[in-house]
Design a binder for this molecule. Structure first.
Ligand code: NDP
Length: 330
């Protein structure tokens, strides 16, 4: 039985959490019908919450965190997957209730996996990660709501974050005028390089505002929630739509119904964790075609396995720009 490295979050009798780099072996892995040699993973905001213990993300102890990975199948009794297949996993409680990505191997249910598109490498898949895949789900939701570029600008909140930065790149490539809302104006050049047409200070959206404001955008991708989402809705044009996926400011929504009942604005909820396979495959196939790889590389920082824990702290502290990718062998 071969040992391999993993990060393990444990809890003592007083429910005090600790995180360690350790070694485990195949027999320790949880039940599943596909075993994967993990090639790449990443740090999402949720991974930061799990490792810092700031929110109750982990619901089974001990836990290997990491909500997404890309890797190669090394054992399978699932009919859709064979040894050698390149796969991607996003969500399904991995890193929360089922041992996750921060290890050299994972054993999961094949139903949770999708095949990695042939023209996306393992590194690119995790530089996209759950944040980028969620950004794509948001864009798909806006497109399904007929929010086309001629309808007006799209606001992206949490612009420097993983969801925000990938959303900006995708929307710009599709021809939308993107307004990036950020608390890091010093990153203006980075955001404009990704394709943002305008930058606004996130403080203009983070305080209580009017139930209805000027109609400033046709739609939005919101990674922030709370007062910011309320203000984004209040400034959405007639018939527009906002895809809401995050809670970086807070999980509350201190809004009024006015944008909905006077302007026909729609609030589109986005969940990446339990999204059905057909939607995942559509999102990843669109990522393969609609995401500029040079832009993806420019928004990605590569880290090592050993950097995962400090980077998890950084993302919760709002210090991570764009996306990070960790290559297992590095
Ligand atoms: P990041 O930490 O990479 O980005 C979040 C960004 O939000 C920050 O970079 C910052 O952008 C902005 N921000 C942070 N704190 C505040 C604040 N107090 N007020 C306003 N803006 C703030 O996280 P991700 O992009 O990976 O995820 C974004 C959100 O989406 C998270 O809440 C995450 O949990 C959620 N999420 C949800 C998914 C789903 O399935 N629904 C899937 C993936 C993520 P800037 O510095 O530019 O202001």
């Amino acid at each position: 039985m071969s040992k391999f490295k993993a990060i393990l979050i444990s809890r003592d009798e007083d429910k005090k959490q600790s995180v360690e780099m350790t070694e485990i072996d195949d027999a320790d892995l949880m039940d599943g019908d596909v075993t994967i040699a993990i090639e790449a993973t990443t740090v999402n905001y949720k991974d930061g919450l799990a490792i810092t213990g700031k929110s109750p993300v982990v619901r089974h102890w001990p836990m290997i965190p990491g909500i997404d990975f890309s890797g190669k199948v090394i054992d399978s009794s699932h009919e859709d997957f064979a040894v050698g297949d390149d796969v991607i996993l996003n969500g399904f409680g991995v890193g929360e209730t089922h041992w996750g990505a921060y290890a050299e191997k994972a054993r999961v249910k094949g139903d949770w996996l999708i095949k990695r598109p042939a023209n996306i490498s393992a590194k690119e898949a995790m530089s996209i990660g759950t944040a980028g895949y969620t950004a794509m789900l948001c864009v798909l939701a806006l497109q399904n709501h007929a929010i086309t570029p001629d309808r007006g600008p799209i606001i992206v909140t949490g612009a420097n974050g993983g969801v925000g930065s990938v959303a900006i790149s995708i929307l710009a490539k599709l021809g939308y005028h993107v307004i990036a809302s950020t608390g890091r104006p010093q990153e203006e050049a980075f955001l404009k390089d990704l394709g943002a047409g305008e930058i606004i200070d996130r403080n203009t959206l983070s305080e209580p505002g009017k139930p209805l404001g000027r109609e400033n955008w046709a739609g939005g991708v919101d990674a922030v929630g709370s007062q910011t989402l309320a203000n984004v809705l209040a400034q959405t044009k007639y018939g527009g739509a906002v895809a809401a996926c995050g809670l970086a400011q807070g999980f509350d929504l201190p809004a009024t119904v006015m944008p909905f009942i006077l302007r026909g604005v729609s609030l589109l909820g986005i969940d990446s964790v339990m999204a059905p396979k057909s939607i995942r495959e559509e999102a990843w196939s669109r990522l393969a075609s609609d995401l500029d790889r040079d832009k993806l590389a420019s928004l990605t920082t590569e880290i090592s396995f050993e950097d995962l824990i400090p980077t998890a702290h950084d993302i919760v502290d709002g210090k991570v720009r764009g996306r990070v990718v960790a290559m297992m062998g590095a």
